[in-house]
Design a protein around this ligand. Structure first.
Ligand code: 13P
Length: 245
């Protein structure tokens, strides 16, 4: 049985005071029925980790390099150093605005795994691609390089299915649409190794909110959520966590 995981991707939102207050409100009422991981902006990570034992934390990105003269980058070893257990890799906003490709994404997965950090690999199609009926081909393509590069180590990652058309738009995938994509992702993993495919957590992301979380999380292949906007409101995020059991 896969324990559900609810992840809060705060993206580039908030301030020191606002983020402290948000996390304090969340931490005070966490239901304990699922794993919770928070991805704050980098400058706030260390102090939030120090203040909140018992919650998981992660970086929203990681360098493809282990160390060195890479201005502005954050190494996986640094994330581990301050207590991060997770990192987001290949988020659609990084693919789109920072032109991240498969080779870069694979290098980031490698750096995270070298440090014992669980990467959450994000995949998902755009609206155009869904309309063209190529959703499965896009997912297959996005999983191909990581599956090749990681081999059996793929068991140490989590995956987030985040249809780009559902991110920040309020248009959530229906529970049936999300389940179909998740089942497809699991079938791709099963083609590698059936046992492994049953272990890996596959999260849904894209306009998850309290009102749709229970339906989504009731699907057999949806193991939790990667929540953007709704994770910035404590009561909303707590209600999403409570729906994951
Ligand atoms: P929203 O929940 O705001 O749609 O964002 C989803 C997302 O991108 C999480 O990584």
């Amino acid at each position: 049985m896969r324990r559900k995981l609810v992840a809060a991707n705060w993206k580039m939102h908030g301030s020191r005071d606002a983020n402290r207050a948000l996390l304090a409100a969340v931490a005070a009422s966490l239901p304990g029925s699922c794993d919770v991981v928070v991805f704050p902006p980098f400058p706030y990570l260390a102090e939030l980790i120090a203040a909140h034992a018992g919650i998981g934390f992660g970086g929203q990105d990681v360098s493809a390099h282990a160390a060195g003269a890479y201005t502005g980058e954050v190494a996986a070893s640094m994330l581990r150093d301050i207590g991060c257990g997770y990192v987001l890799v290949g988020h659609s906003e990084r693919r789109q605005y920072h032109h991240e490709d498969d080779a870069l994404i694979c290098a980031k997965l490698e750096r995270a795994l070298e440090q014992g950090i669980t990467p959450i690999l994000c995949v998902g199609e755009t609206l155009d691609q869904r309309r063209q009926g190529v959703t499965e081909a896009i997912i297959t393509a996005q999983l191909h390089a990581p599956l090749q590069a990681l081999g059996e180590r793929i068991a140490r990652i989590a995956i987030a299915y985040e249809p780009v058309w559902a991110i920040g738009t309020g248009h959530t995938a229906s529970a049936a649409q999300a389940q179909a994509a998740h089942a497809f992702i699991r079938s791709q993993l099963a083609a590698r190794d059936a046992k492994l495919s049953r272990m890996i957590r596959v999260l849904y992301g894209g306009s998850v909110k309290a009102a749709n979380a229970s339906d989504l999380f009731a699907q057999p292949d949806i193991d939790g959520g990667l929540v953007g906007g709704a994770s910035l409101v404590a009561e909303e995020f707590l209600a999403i966590c409570a729906a994951a059991r």
